[in-house]
Design a protein around this ligand. Structure first.
Ligand SMILES: Nc1ncnc2c1ncn2[C@@H]1O[C@H](COP(=O)(O)OP(=O)(O)OP(=O)(O)O)[C@@H](O)[C@H]1O
Length: 247
């Protein structure tokens, strides 16, 4: 059997003795579209924070294509091929859309920070950024400051910045949160057209979008994995109903 892209084993995180993630084990295969499902407080974002290194686990292992991530700082995890977007946008609002992507690209090219002027002159970096913006259909707005763009454009920009890191595994935390109907369609289309070889783990509360996107689903509740399976298996599992309806 092929090696999982992301292999989590016995992962736990406690906050002041209270478990947020409890003994989670999960194997996500390369190219898989995987949905983390669960009610508020189930531990989904904490799991993302543990994977990307924003939080250290109390116990357990997280391997990315076989390489142990626990103990590595977030930047090193990026170098291994991990990228994520956040529930709350983390952009540079006073920079242009293009410069935000250039900053993401430049961050990846460690040790190549120059003066701002040299950075400006870096045509290759701009060309690379423009190619990414083209993929998320933001090229027309490239030179607009982020603060002057619509919320939906910012969501797409965040995905563009994650793609700029050439991830092998991409974690998307509620990419459709707060979007209008039209904006949702655009971002949904973007999600459907992510490179097929990139493994994607998604947190999304919009069930129609999430189920259309995900091939496999992990249901979390109180920090624990309740079930993992295909869309059909999770939909048919009586525990899904129990978790959501408290039945
Ligand atoms: N930094 C923190 N300090 C203390 N407790 C925390 C912290 N972060 C999360 N928790 C707690 O951990 C549990 C899991 O929270 P988490 O945000 O991971 O859930 P979630 O499934 O992402 O929820 P939502 O869908 O509302 O975003 C909750 O009980 C939450 O209150």
């Amino acid at each position: 059997m092929a090696e999982p892209a992301l292999h989590i084993a016995g992962l736990s995180k406690q906050f002041g003795g209270l478990p947020a993630v409890s003994d989670v084990s999960l194997a996500i295969m390369p190219g898989e579209r995987h949905l983390l499902l669960g009610p508020n407080g189930a531990g989904k974002t904490t799991l993302f924070n543990l994977i990307c290194g924003d939080l250290a686990p109390t116990l357990g292992s997280i391997r990315l294509f076989g390489a142990e991530l626990v103990g590595l700082p977030p930047r090193k995890r990026t170098a291994f091929g991990l990228a994520r977007t956040y529930q709350i946008l983390t952009l540079f609002p006073h920079e242009t859309i293009c410069r935000n992507v250039m900053l993401a690209l430049n961050g990846l090219k460690a040790g190549k920070w120059g003066t701002w002027r040299a950075f400006e002159a870096n045509r290759a970096l701009r060309a690379e950024a423009m190619a990414i913006l083209d993929r998320v259909r933001l090229a027309d707005l490239a030179d607009r400051p982020v603060s002057q763009t619509a919320y939906g454009d910012r969501r797409r920009l965040e995905i563009a910045m994650a793609l700029a890191l050439s991830p092998r595994v991409l974690l998307l935390d509620e990419p459709l949160a707060g979007l209008s109907r039209d904006e949702r369609v655009t971002v949904q289309d973007l999600l459907a057209n992510l490179p097929p070889d990139v493994t994607v783990v998604l947190i999304e509360h919009d069930m129609d979008v999430a189920l259309a996107f995900a091939e496999r689903i992990t249901l979390l509740h109180h920090g624990r994995v309740v079930a993992t399976g295909s869309r059909a298996e999770i939909a048919a599992d009586p525990r899904t109903r129990e978790v959501y309806l408290g039945a």
